[in-house]
Design a protein around this ligand. Sequence first.
Ligand code: ZN
Length: 249
Amino acid sequence: MKVKCSQCGAEIPVPADANLLQCPFCDTALVVDGGDTLFRVVIPPTINASGAVDHLRRFMAGRKTVAGLDTKARIGNAEFLYFPFWAFRIITDIGERVVLEPAAPSALQGIQGMTLPPGDSREWTDEIAGDTLVIQPEVPQNTAHQWMVSRLGEVQVRRIVLYHLPMFKITYEYGGRPYRAAVDGVSGQVFPADFPAKAEAPFIAVAALAMAVFSIEGLVVSNLLLKAVLYGVSAVPILLLAWWISRKV
Ligand SMILES: [Zn+2]
């Protein structure tokens, strides 16, 4: 197959097994998608492996994850790689913005529709990657476009490029189970594939208890003022219980 270079217009032969290439005539980094070529750009990393682990620990100490995860989890090595994204520059009511969709299959949560991390975009060269793993784009640009449309509705696209974004893939173990996450090598944002979440059952139990207590009080006591006082008084131990559980779970 031959494609036309988006930069110099030359006809470039494309090897069957790869869709990332560099124009042999003008050196422009290109990605082949169908019969088209698009530019490839990169934002160099601003975070190193230990910085990525710090970001992951902060995520682990947050509210969504099980209490004590940041201290109890056994964190493995951070593997550095470049992950591909289709970057759509779209026109909205409030101006232009760039929406990223993953260009390779990924189980990471929150990766679809992410915004471009703030950093210096520059043209890709193979020297930037060095020995680092560069994930090939496998998701066609059209598929990624449909993902975007399914979230945002029809939008006007001004330009599409392929972004190679630096990411750290980190696995960790908690409670005898492995978990995976990725950390954006520019913004430090954490994208978990899965994580030990706070258990919801105890909170649902507290809510049910509160409902039961309030409705019994409501039935038993008819005086409005007394009812208000009773509600206020019984809310205290329920809130304390909820607070205690949120520290434990
Ligand atoms: Zn060229």
